[in-house]
Write a protein that binds this ligand. Structure first.
Ligand code: PLP
Length: 388
């Protein structure tokens, strides 16, 4: 039998699968791994989807998505980013942020083109780049600098093959939020070296301690070279609906829509009606959820501060803590694996997010206060047992 494609053979699976397989066979497990809200989608959004079914809106939509959904996105983008994209040409509805990222890379990358990505990073990025025949080029971000990219290092990573700088602020896994000056510097580099930027903004509602989100698309000369990726998954607790969007220059979006036509045709139509309600309906549930994340963040940070040998730079965004475990002397994989086997607490080793994630574990606080408190108590006992 002939081989699978070279690319398919080379793309690796998730390095954290092993942990989940072990956790699956255990009882009394407390998980800090979930990258999704534990809330159910707000009622008004679910009702809008049900009403669309009852009206018989069960057909294909346009490849770019329902025009009403794109108009709702355009209004949202106008309010939040001060951009005025044309909903008919510069916006498309995608199956989550993930599909927007993938289609963007498929349209932008030729084999061998390089994409600059921070290290640590959301682990799907390099695999998506590889699936498009591209080459990820990592730029390390450091705890001392709040895990924010250093524009000088980004500049050093640029070669004649660089095509895209991929940004993710607020970041998964570190919770870092890129400040305005750094964002402006990176925009300058993109213009100077004629690069595209993909700006993954799926966590931009999750901000703490007065942090301010700046979209790189808002800087001079950036609108024509930025693909903004956003999603309802995290913001409205809608991960299972698979609905998000991409906003970008017309030629890029037009070609992404062409690919959409050949990949999924269109996003599930009920999810699109739900999206309209999420964007245009009451925002009360969103504000309630955001307040809950703020409380949970405080609980988890206070708990970590009470554990000797662990520390954490307070994350300014998203719902993750990237906890420094170096003082325990264990590698991040050792720490996570032994913690799991001995206490039933599941965490993600930082090394799963890139080499620079070694020495850290990621804790998601998209889980109940009770789980956070019980889980941290187990972590505290585990770390203390290693000290004695
Ligand atoms: N970007 C980041 C940084 C994420 O963490 C995720 C999901 O975990 C996504 C994009 C994709 O989310 P979705 O496809 O559900 O919108």
């Amino acid at each position: 039998m002939k081989n699978l494609s070279r690319i398919a053979e080379e793309v690796t699976g998730s390095p954290i699968r092993k942990m989940f397989n072990i956790a699956d066979r255990m009882t009394d497990v407390i998980s800090f791994t979930v990258g999704e809200p534990d809330f159910v989608t707000p009622r008004n959004i679910m009702d809008a989807a049900v009403r669309s079914l009852e009206r018989g809106e069960t057909h294909y939509t346009l490849n770019a998505g329902l025009l009403r959904a794109r108009q709702a996105i355009a209004r949202r983008v106008q309010q939040e980013l001060s951009l005025s994209p044309d909903p008919e040409k510069e916006i498309m509805v995608t199956a989550g942020g993930m599909e927007a990222l993938m289609l963007g890379m498929m349209v932008l990358l030729d084999p061998g083109d390089e994409v600059i990505i921070s290290d640590p990073h959301w682990s799907n990025y390099p695999r998506q780049v590889q699936m498009c025949g591209g080459v990820p080029r990592f730029v390390a971000v450091r705890e001392e600098e709040g895990f924010v990219l250093d524009p000088r290092e980004v500049r050093r990573a640029i070669t004649e093959k660089t095509k895209i700088i991929l940004l993710n602020s607020p970041s998964n896994p570190t919770g870092a939020v890129m400040d305005r000056d750094t964002t402006r510097e990176i925009a300058r580099l993109a213009v100077q070296h004629d690069l595209f930027v993909i700006s993954d903004e799926v966590y931009h509602h999750f901000l703490y301690d007065g942090a301010v989100f700046t979209s790189i698309s808002s800087f001079e000369g950036m609108q024509e070279r930025t693909l903004v990726v956003d999603s309802l998954s995290k913001t409205y607790a809608m991960t299972g609906w698979r609905v998000g969007w991409a906003v970008g220059p017309e030629a890029l979006v037009r070609n992404m829509v062409k690919y959409q036509e050949n990949v999924i045709g269109c996003v599930n139509s009920q999810a699109q009606y739900a999206a309209i309600e999420a964007l245009e309906g009451s925002q009360d549930a969103l504000h309630r959820m955001l307040r809950t994340y703020t409380d949970r963040r405080k609980t988890i940070l206070d708990g970590i501060a009470r554990i000797a040998d662990l520390s954490c730079v307070p994350p300014k965004g998203a719902f993750y803590c990237f906890v420094n475990i170096r003082a325990t002397g264990m590698s991040s994989e050792e720490f996570a694996m032994e913690l799991l086997k001995e206490t039933g607490v599941v965490t993600v080793p930082g090394s799963g997010f890139g080499c620079a994630g070694e020495g850290f574990i990621r804790l998601s606080y998209a889980t109940s206060e009770e789980n956070i408190t019980r889980g941290l108590e187990r972590i505290r006992r585990f770390v203390e047992s290693r000290r004695s």
